[in-house]
Design a protein around this ligand. Structure first.
Ligand code: GTP
Ligand code: SPV
Ligand code: MN
Length: 581
C-alpha cells in the first residue's frame, strides 16, 4: 500500500530519513494485518496469550513499570506565543521543541519497522469526522489503533480526497522518563511523542489529536471537542434522549455509558454511543449534535464486575488486549474488584504476595476493545450525523460538598459550573492520587489552548442557538464519615439521569437554591432503592458556609488566568455568592 497524497509521501520519507527504520509498513487495517501483528508481538514477548479457552483472542501486555499512565508534566503545547497555550498547559517554544524532538527521534527506529497508520476519527462518511496519520515503531500501538479507530485503507482514501490530516509521530524510544515528551504543535497540526508506550501518550488519535489538537481546531471553527461520554436513554414508552457527560479520568464515563438499569427500573434501555470523547457541532436548526470520534474503548479495568458493569465485564472476555492486569493460576486476567480469587502473578509478572496497600493489577490497568463488542452498543455510533444532545452533564469525584445532582440556571451559569469542576486525582495520570484539583470540563489535561479562551468559546454558544442543551452537575462519589460511598452509583445512576431528562422536558420538579436547581424529596424515583431519607437529604444539601469557601477557591483559580477571564464567569460567580447570602 502507498498513497497518491504527496504531502504524506514527503512526510513519511522525511521521517524515515530521520528515524532510520529497517522497513516501512503502510497499515491497511485488515484483520489479517492485525493477526500478523499479534503473532509478531507474541514471538517478541510484547504480548502474552491469556487462557484461550475462557478468554479467546485475549492478550496481556506488560508495560515498562515506569510507563503506566499519562504524564502531564511531560506533555507540552508548543505555540509560537506562550499566551496561546495558557496557564493550564506546559509550554515550550516550537523551535526549541523541534530541536529537542529531532534529537530524540534521530536514528530511533534503527533495526525496527516503521508503521504508517492512516486513521479517521469519527464515522468515515461523517462531515464532522477528521483524519490523521500516526507513524510509530510500536506494533502494540498499531494493534490498539486498529481497535480504537477506523484505521487503514478507508481512512487513507478520505485523506486522499480531502488532502488534510493531522500528523502524529511516535516512537517508544528507550522508555527512559528523562527522554519522554508528548509535544503538540497546533498550528502545524502536528503531534510528536517519544519515550512512552502507554495509551494516552502513544495512541495519538485519542487525547493528543481528538482532544488537544481538535479543541484548538474547534475553537476557530465553532465547535467543541470534549472529554465526554455519549449515552442513549430509551424510556419504556420508547422516547429516546441523548446525554453527553464530562467526568475527569477514571471518574465513571465508561461505566455511565454502559449502564445497566436496576431491576426496579424495568423497561428502560441504555445504549452506548461513546465512552470518552465527544465532538459537538450545532446543526442548521441550532441543535447540538455529537459524534464519538473513536470506535473502541481504552477502559479502566479495576472495579469491573457483573454487578458494577456487566456489559464491560462480558465485552472483555474475548478479543481484548489487557495492559498491566494480574494473572491467575489458570492464566486468566485478574484485577481488584473482579472476584474472590487470588492471582498468581501481579501486573509486573512477579509472584503475587499481597502486602499492605499493594494491588495485583495496576490501578490504571486498561482494556482495549472494539466498541462493537459492547452488548449495549448503539448503531447510532456510526451515524454520520451524530445524535442530538438534550443535556450536558459535568461531574467530579468529590467526597464532600458537591451534591448528587444539580441543574445550572441557564447556559451561561452552566459554563461556570463546568469551569469550576474539581475532582480528586486518580491513577490515570502519574502523580499523587486523591487530591482535589480543578479540572474544568474534565479537560485540564486535554485542552490545547488557554482555558480562559476556551471558556469564552463555550460562552459564545449562547449567542448561536436558542435551543442549547440544559447543563447539569453530578457527583457519584460522596462519602460518609467512615469513608463509605453514600450513593449506590452504577445502575442506580439511571435515577439521576431520568430526573435530568424530565427537567429537559419540563416535567420534573426541583427546588431552587443558590447553586442551581436540585431535586426535592419527591422529584426523583427512588423506588426499590432502600436508601435512608437522611442520606438523601445530605446528598442533596447545599451548605452555605462550605459553598462560600468553594467560591473563594474558584475565584482564586480564575485569578490565575489574569485579565483574560471572561467577565461573564465573574458575574455568574458573583451571582451565586449573592444568592448564598
Ligand atoms: P477514563 O477512561 O480514564 O477517562 O475514565 P472513565 O471516566 O471512563 O472512568 P470509568 O468509568 O472507567 O471509572 C473509573 C472508576 O470509577 C472505576 O473503578 C469504577 O468502578 C468507578 N466508578 C464508576 N462509576 C461509579 C459510580 O457510580 N460509583 C462509584 N462508587 N464508583 C464508580
Ligand atoms: C484518560 O486518562 O482520561 C483516559 C486514558 O481515557 S488515556 O487514553 O491514557 O488518556
Ligand atoms: Mn479519558
Amino acid at each position: 500500500m502507498t498513497t497518491t497524497n504527496q504531502a504524506l509521501l514527503d512526510w513519511v520519507a522525511q521521517t524515515a530519513s530521520l528515524t532510520k527504520p529497517e522497513r516501512i509498513h503502510w497499515c491497511d487495517g485488515s484483520e489479517a494485518e492485525y493477526q500478523a501483528l499479534i503473532r509478531l508481538m507474541l514471538e517478541r514477548g510484547d504480548l502474552i496469550a491469556l487462557n484461550q479457552e475462557t478468554y479467546p483472542d485475549c492478550y496481556l501486555h506488560r508495560s515498562d513499570p515506569s510507563d503506566v499512565a499519562r504524564v502531564e508534566h511531560l506533555t507540552f503545547v508548543c505555540t509560537p506565543d506562550r499566551a496561546e497555550a495558557g496557564p493550564n498547559n506546559n509550554w515550550m517554544a516550537p523551535a526549541e521543541a523541534h530541536v529537542k524532538m529531532d534529537g530524540l527521534f534521530a536514528g530511533c527506529m534503527r533495526g525496527r519497522t516503521m508503521y504508517v497508520i492512516p486513521y479517521c476519527m469519527g464515522p468515515i462518511d461523517s462531515p464532522y469526522a477528521r483524519c490523521g496519520v500516526e507513524i510509530t515503531d510500536s506494533p502494540y500501538v498499531v494493534a490498539n489503533m486498529k481497535l480504537m479507530t477506523r484505521m487503514g485503507r478507508a481512512a487513507l482514501q478520505r485523506i486522499e480526497r480531502e488532502g488534510k490530516f493531522v500528523r502524529g509521530l511516535h516512537s517508544t524510544g528507550d522508555l527512559s522518563p528523562d527522554r519522554r515528551f508528548i509535544m503538540h504543535f497546533p498550528q502545524e497540526l502536528l503531534i510528536q511523542s517519544v519515550g512512552s508506550g502507554y495509551g494516552g501518550n502513544a495512541l495519538l488519535g485519542k487525547k493528543c489529536h481528538a482532544l488537544r489538537i481538535a479543541s484548538w481546531q474547534a475553537q476557530s471553527e465553532g465547535w467543541l471537542a470534549e472529554h465526554m461520554l455519549i449515552v442513549e436513554i430509551e424510556s419504556p414508552q420508547g422516547e429516546r434522549h441523548y446525554l453527553a457527560a464530562a467526568f475527569p479520568s477514571a471518574c465513571g464515563k465508561t461505566n455511565l455509558a454502559m449502564l445497566i438499569p436496576p431491576a426496579s427500573q424495568a423497561g428502560w434501555k441504555v445504549r452506548t454511543i461513546g465512552d470518552d470523547i465527544a465532538w459537538l457541532h450545532l446543526d442548521a436548526q441550532g441543535q447540538l449534535r455529537a459524534i464519538n470520534p473513536e470506535s473502541g474503548y481504552f477502559g479502566v479495568v479495576p472495579g469491573t464486575n457483573p454487578k458494577t458493569n456487566r456489559n464491560a465485564f462480558e465485552m472483555i472476555t474475548h478479543d481484548t488486549i489487557f495492559t498491566n492486569v494480574a494473572v491467575t493460576v489458570d492464566n486468566e486476567p485478574w484485577w481488584e474488584g473482579k472476584d474472590k480469587q487470588r492471582p498468581a502473578t501481579d501486573w509486573r509478572g512477579k509472584p503475587w504476595t499481597g502486602g499492605e496497600g499493594a494491588t495485583a493489577a495496576h490501578p490504571n490497568s486498561r482494556f482495549t476493545v472494539a466498541a462493537r463488542q459492547n452488548p449495549s452498543y448503539s448503531p447510532l455510533a456510526d451515524d454520520p450525523a451524530g445524535v442530538p444532545i438534550s443535556a450536558i452533564i459535568f461531574g467530579g469525584r468529590r467526597r464532600e460538598l458537591a451534591p448528587l445532582v444539580y441543574q445550572a440556571r441557564d447556559w451561561r451559569h452552566g459554563v461556570l459550573v463546568g469551569a469550576s469542576v474539581a475532582s480528586e486525582t486518580t491513577a490515570a495520570a502519574t502523580g499523587q492520587v486523591g487530591v482535589v484539583r480543578r479540572d474544568p470540563m474534565a479537560m485540564k489535561p486535554f485542552c490545547g489552548y488557554d482555558f480562559a479562551d476556551y471558556w469564552a468559546h463555550w460562552l459564545s454558544f449562547a449567542g448561536k442557538s436558542t435551543r442549547l442543551p440544559k447543563i447539569f452537575h453530578v457527583n457519584w462519589f460522596r462519602q460518609d464519615r467512615d469513608g463509605n460511598f453514600m450513593w449506590p452509583g452504577f445502575g442506580d445512576n439511571l435515577r439521576v439521569l431520568r430526573w435530568i431528562i424530565d427537567r429537559c422536558e419540563g416535567r420534573a420538579g426541583a427546588r431552587e437554591t443558590a447553586i442551581g436547581f436540585l431535586p426535592g424529596p419527591k422529584d426523583m424515583d427512588l423506588d426499590g432503592l432502600g436508601i435512608d431519607q437522611q442520606v438523601m437529604d445530605s446528598l442533596l444539601a447545599v451548605d452555605a458556609a462550605s459553598w462560600h469557601q468553594e467560591l473563594t477557591a474558584i475565584a482564586g483559580y480564575f485569578d490565575g488566568f489574569g485579565t483574560k477571564i471572561p467577565p461573564a464567569l465573574r458575574e455568574e460567580l458573583a451571582g451565586v455568592k449573592k444568592r448564598l447570602g
